[in-house]
Ligand binder design. Structure first.
Ligand code: 13P
Length: 256
């Protein structure tokens, strides 16, 4: 995966029945081109059927969460190797809804990240500030600590991707402006540059998430440090998602 071609990731959150998932994936697959980089983070129960429905295509299916342990007495949890066994190739870690509703700390997310690296499932680490933190001028401080704590002691970032998802933009209809998103992405890239060097930071894929729509996808992707999009609501409608995938194909080229 290179930064030249946008990566489009849908996050279905806790939505869709088995039938809905199958018909979505079967509808999406024929619309994809070989060069597309399209991923769907689906509920646990829909991983296997979605993987089966997308067999032989470029579409990759992943999970929205996992536990940091390899196995054991953790009722209700799912391990990385279990996800891989049913065909998941990636996992979202530290989504703000996990942090907010399930009390996930940076420390826990850090442990999950280590597990993902160890068990070789590709993590997408989600970070972002709340409205209150932004209004108080703490955005960079929050991003700094989320990155520092999640990546503590991590020497090799392997296939890590990072999604900047400002909490105030998630599910609110208020997409960050391209300038605001770019500013945060630039900060994240500089941070990575400081810790891992230019060679690593210049290649790492940074995704923006938060109320992305068909209308906003292209301008966001036109920004220098926005390599892809993480899409919630608009990934639930096949028409919207396909339009975003199509419009994103040439976004970098059109804008530059
Ligand atoms: P929305 O696109 O619905 O704002 O959700 C964004 C998100 O949380 C993706 O992970």
């Amino acid at each position: 995966m290179s930064r030249d071609h946008p990566i489009i990731v849908g996050n279905w959150k806790m939505n869709k029945s088995l039938e809905e998932a199958k018909s979505f994936v079967e509808g999406l697959v024929p619309k994809l081109e070989e060069s597309d980089v399209v991923l769907l983070a689906v509920p646990f129960t829909l991983i296997k059927p979605s993987v089966d429905a997308s067999a032989g295509s470029v579409l990759k299916i992943g999970a929205q969460n996992m536990n940091d342990a390899s196995k054991g007495a953790f009722t209700g949890e799912v391990a990385a190797l279990m996800l891989k066994e049913v065909g998941a190739s990636f996992v979202l870690l530290g989504h703000s809804e996990r942090r907010k509703y399930f009390g996930e700390s940076n420390e826990f997310i850090h442990k999950k990240l280590l597990r993902a690296f160890k068990d070789r499932i590709d993590p997408i680490l989600c970070i972002g500030e709340t409205l209150d933190e932004r209004e108080k001028g703490h955005t960079e401080g929050v991003l700094d600590s989320q990155l520092a704590e999640a990546l503590e002691g991590v020497k090799n970032l392997r296939k890590l991707k990072i999604a900047y998802e400002p909490v105030w933009a998630i599910g609110t209809g208020e997409t960050a402006t391209p300038d605001i998103a770019q500013e945060a992405h630039h900060f994240i890239r500089q941070w990575l540059n400081g810790k891992y060097g230019e060679e690593v930071s210049s290649k790492l894929l940074l995704l923006y998430g938060g109320s992305v729509t068909e209308e906003t996808c292209k301008t966001l992707l036109g920004e220098e440090d926005i390599d892809g999009l993480l899409i919630g609501g608009a990934s639930l409608s096949l028409d919207s998602f396909v339009k975003i995938v199509h419009d994103s194909r040439y976004a970098k080229r059109d804008v530059s």
